[in-house]
Write a new protein. Structure first.
Length: 226
C-alpha cells in the first residue's frame, strides 16, 4: 500500500493582506509622528515668542528707569479696559506719542526718541526681509501698553499722599499660534485685535513704582566716584 500524499493548502491573497495591514499600521504611526512634530514646532515658536516678549518687557522697564524724570511721557495708555493707545504693530488704537514736555528740552527729546525706538523694536525693524520695508524681527503682532495708576499713591508718616507715587503697568502682547486661554483683565492691551477670540492673545505684564526723591536725596544716592 502506497502512502497517501498530502497537498499543502494555500490561502490566496494572505501575503497581500499582511502587507496592507502593515502599511496601515505604519501610516498611522507616521501620522502620529507628524502630529507630534507639528506640536513640538508650535511649542518651540510659542516659547521663542514669549522669550522675546520678556526681553522687550525688561527693556521698556529699563527705559522708564533711565528716563524717570520724563516717565509720565511713557504712560500713553489711557483706556485700561481696551488697552489703548498702544505702540508696536499698527491697528485700531495705535498711536505714537510725541511732544514730551515733562523735562528739559534734551530730556524731552530723549524720551520721544526712546518711545520711537521701542515702537520700532515691537515692529521688528531690527531685522527685515530682503526687499521689504516691514520688520520681521519681533513676535507676531507685537504691541506694548504703558499705563499709570494714580489711585494707589503711597503715604508718608503723617498719612498724606505722596505725589506721583502711583504704579506703572507695562504690558506686552502678541499673537499666539494656537488658542489657549485669554489673559487676565489686568493685562489689557490691544484687546480684540488678535482674531475673534482672546484665546490667541498672549500677554506679559510688569508693575513697578518709582521713588519720588528730593534733590537732597538724589545727591545722597550718588555713588562716591561720581
Amino acid at each position: 500500500m502506497q502512502p497517501m500524499k498530502t497537498r499543502s493548502q494555500r490561502c490566496p491573497g494572505f501575503s497581500l493582506l499582511e502587507i496592507l495591514i502593515t502599511l496601515l499600521i505604519v501610516s498611522v504611526g507616521l501620522l502620529g509622528l507628524a502630529s507630534l512634530l507639528s506640536r513640538m514646532h508650535i511649542a518651540e515658536l510659542e516659547a521663542y515668542q514669549r522669550t522675546q516678549a520678556l526681553i522687550l518687557l525688561a527693556d521698556i522697564a529699563e527705559r522708564l528707569n533711565i528716563h524717570r524724570d520724563t516717565r509720565f511721557c511713557f504712560a500713553f495708555t489711557t483706556n485700561a479696559t481696551l488697552g489703548t493707545p498702544y505702540i508696536g504693530a499698527t491697528g485700531t488704537g495705535w498711536s505714537l506719542p510725541t511732544g514730551c514736555a515733562d523735562g528739559s528740552a534734551i530730556q524731552n527729546s530723549q524720551a520721544d526718541a526712546a518711545i520711537l525706538d521701542l515702537n520700532d523694536q515691537l515692529q521688528g525693524m531690527a531685522e527685515r526681509k530682503t526687499g521689504s520695508t516691514s520688520g520681521s524681527g519681533a513676535m507676531i503682532g507685537a504691541r506694548a501698553c504703558i499705563r499709570y495708576d494714580g489711585s494707589d499713591l503711597l503715604t508718608d508718616s503723617t498719612g498724606a499722599s505722596i505725589a506721583e507715587s502711583g504704579t506703572f503697568t507695562i504690558t506686552v502682547t502678541w499673537q499666539g499660534i494656537a488658542p489657549t486661554m485669554a489673559p487676565p483683565a489686568t493685562s489689557a492691551c490691544a484687546n480684540g485685535l488678535y482674531g475673534s477670540t482672546e484665546a490667541l492673545r498672549r500677554a506679559v505684564s510688569l508693575t513697578l513704582r518709582f521713588a519720588n526723591l528730593t534733590a537732597a536725596q538724589l545727591d545722597q544716592e550718588q555713588p562716591a566716584w561720581l
